[in-house]
Design a protein around this ligand. Structure first.
Ligand SMILES: [Ca+2]
Ligand SMILES: [Ca+2]
Length: 322
């Protein structure tokens, strides 16, 4: 910035030589700087002293005053920059969020340079003159700090591995006959959250009654109707509710691949339980209506198929309920 200012001042100084020079002394420049003023330079022409204001000053060479390049608008700073006048010079300062010599200012990509103050888990997005930080799904905060609210809700999963009990059988044994995976939502005490969950896996169907069948395999409330067919539920302690993940028609010797999203309400501090009950210790093998194993894309053990049934729950988003 200082260098740029001085260069600019030199141009103005040259102008001052042309306009403001004067003959100060016929004794040359050796005595008393030829009588030139402060901030002036003396030049001998045919033995006579000629005074000219130094770069960054203006006047007749006997008297030289600082040029206020900022006030005169001759600074040449970038339009975004701040011009700062100084004695004999000036400087240009790029605003915060911009870098450069002041004559040109360009946005700083804080994200790429790693100079952002985002939380380590946040996503940094560069913007003109600034940047923004966003907490990932399941976190709460302004992006500069992010609190993990969902914790182990994300990726909660159960598996019922197939343990064949006779060759070619369509059903498998399970030991233990039930499986439970629990997690606790943290968050701000007294806050109810809308939590959007994605469920993927392989399930047999069970018939549920008295609840609200929302769509597909998802059912809110109610109770299982058929003994002997597996019950897959999601229980929330507060606000207390039971959801079923494999609603359909009991009695089919086939499995279905599931991949759907649902939004439920969960209070801060509530426990969430993903539960599988094999109703006696058996399950239908992972086979669709055509007898082929069901592959669930992008979920372990993808690209293999899982030999048995499983449900994995992932958190898509979380926000305080309006
Ligand atoms: Ca100046
Ligand atoms: Ca920026």
């Amino acid at each position: 910035m200082g260098v740029a200012g001085v260069l600019k001042g030199a141009v103005l100084g040259a102008l001052a030589v042309a306009l403001g020079s004067c003959v100060a002394s016929d004794q040359g420049c050796d005595v008393d700087n030829g009588g030139c003023g402060a901030n002036a330079t003396c030049t001998e022409v045919n033995g006579e002293a000629t005074c000219a204001c130094s770069p960054g000053y203006e006047g007749d060479g006997l008297t030289c005053a600082d040029v206020d390049e900022c006030a005169e608008g001759t600074h040449g700073c970038d339009p975004l920059a701040t011009c700062v006048n100084a004695e004999g010079s000036f400087s240009c300062e790029c605003p915060e969020g911009y870098g450069g010599d002041g004559l040109t200012c360009a946005d700083v990509d804080e994200c790429a340079e790693g100079t952002d103050a985002c939380d380590p888990v946040a996503t940094c997005t560069n913007t003109e003159g600034a940047y923004s930080c966003e907490c990932p799904p399941g976190y709460e905060g302004d992006g500069f700090t992010c609190e993990d609210v969902v914790g182990s809700l994300d990726g909660l999963r159960w598996e019922l591995p197939c343990q064949p009990h006779e060759a070619g059988s369509l059903d498998c044994l399970n030991e233990p006959p039930t499986f439970s995976a629990t997690a606790t939502l943290s968050g701000t005490e007294g806050t109810t959250y809308d939590v959007t969950l994605r469920f993927r896996g392989v399930v047999e169907e069970q018939t549920y009654v008295d609840g609200i069948s929302v769509d597909g395999h998802w059912q809110v409330g109610g109770s299982p109707q058929h003994t002997g067919w597996n019950i897959y539920s999601l229980s929330v302690s507060s606000p207390a509710m039971v959801y079923y993940l494999n609603a359909g028609t009991a009695g089919q010797f086939v499995c279905y691949g599931i991949d759907y999203q649902q939004t439920i309400q969960v209070d801060a501090g509530a426990t969430v339980e993903l539960y599988a009950d094999t109703a006696g210790g058996s399950e239908i093998a992972n086979r669709d209506a055509k007898g082929n194993p069901i592959y669930v894309e992008d979920v372990p053990p993808w690209p293999e198929w899982y030999d048995g049934q499983f449900v994995q729950m992932d958190v898509v988003s979380l926000a305080p309920a309006p």
